[in-house]
Design a protein around this ligand. Structure first.
Ligand code: NAD
Length: 249
């Protein structure tokens, strides 16, 4: 990564009054959690399961849970990497105001960001929820009784599912409202590790632009929205964010 691009990013950050970060699966690959669309992405192995298939097809539910049980320990045990830690340092210094994330892994909070400053647009893998009555269950309790079939709520009999948003599932209203409000309030949006292809989340950079803010993109391959960015930094998120953060204070 060329030094003058890092310098430009630092300059934008120093000039910003309301810096917001918008992160995707790419910020967590250096913590060992695979993304969806990157070169080693999960979609090279799996087809996504739509929410309506989960609701109506017992085989889809079994396959959904098979994948979740396989991937959960990697998420539970993952540690924040240099990218998460650099954002946490920018927050601690009062520079970064909010993180809007598409991630479900909780790594921004593990890095030290307060939960109320992390807007989880696609939910969280931290616990299980009943799609019928909304009751929450800890993973360990559900795993203890897991027999390969989709677990059911012991209160209402509804299907249990990690508290994440599947394709075709409604977005959480409050988080979506807050995310778009933060995107509009940002005079600089730092987009990290997102292919910017999953809507409505991918409308976030456009919202910042419409409100007159700048957009800086950090990603290891071209994204669907590089042309609307004021600056694009191509490379590994951990190294780039660490270098940017190191020179902003
Ligand atoms: P995506 O998979 O569509 O895109 C990730 C992008 O990050 C890709 O362009 C990839 O090349 C890039 N990337 C990968 N590793 C990188 C690195 N070390 N440095 C810089 N760039 C890197 O992910 P998305 O845009 O977040 O959207 C897909 C959906 O994936 C989201 O809805 C999210 O909920 C879900 N998801 C989340 C996790 C997680 O919580 N860690 C993991 C997989 C998928």
């Amino acid at each position: 990564m060329q030094n003058h691009l890092i310098q430009q990013a630092r300059g934008h950050i120093r000039a910003a009054g309301h810096l917001v970060a918008f992160t995707g699966a790419g910020i967590s690959t250096e913590s060992g959690i695979p993304d969806f669309r990157g070169p080693q992405g999960l979609w090279k192995r799996y087809q996504p399961i739509q929410y309506r298939e989960f609701l109506r097809d017992p085989e889809a539910r079994r396959e959904y849970w098979r994948r979740k049980v396989e991937l959960y320990p990697g998420i539970r045990d993952a540690r924040p990497n240099a990218g998460h830690l650099a954002l946490a340092s920018l927050f601690a210094a009062g520079v970064l105001k909010t993180v809007i994330t598409q991630n479900i892994d909780g790594l921004h909070q593990k890095a030290g960001l307060p939960a109320e400053r992390v807007i989880e647009l696609h939910g969280s893998e931290a616990h299980i929820v009943c799609v019928g009555c909304g009751r929450c269950f800890p993973w360990e309790q559900v795993l203890a009784g897991f027999d390969g079939d989709c677990p059911r709520c012991d209160a209402c009999g509804g299907w249990l599912k990690p508290a994440t948003i599947s394709f075709g599932q409604p977005m959480p209203e409050e988080e979506t409202r807050r995310a778009f409000a933060e995107a509009a309030a940002a005079d600089l949006l730092l987009v990290v590790g997102s292919s910017l292809q999953v809507y409505p989340a991918a409308s976030i950079p456009g919202e910042t632009r419409r409100a007159g803010g700048r957009v800086v993109i950090v990603n290891n391959e071209p994204t669907a929205q590089d042309e609307i960015a004021d600056l694009v930094l191509r490379g590994q998120a951990g190294e780039i964010l660490q270098r940017i953060e190191g020179g902003t204070q």
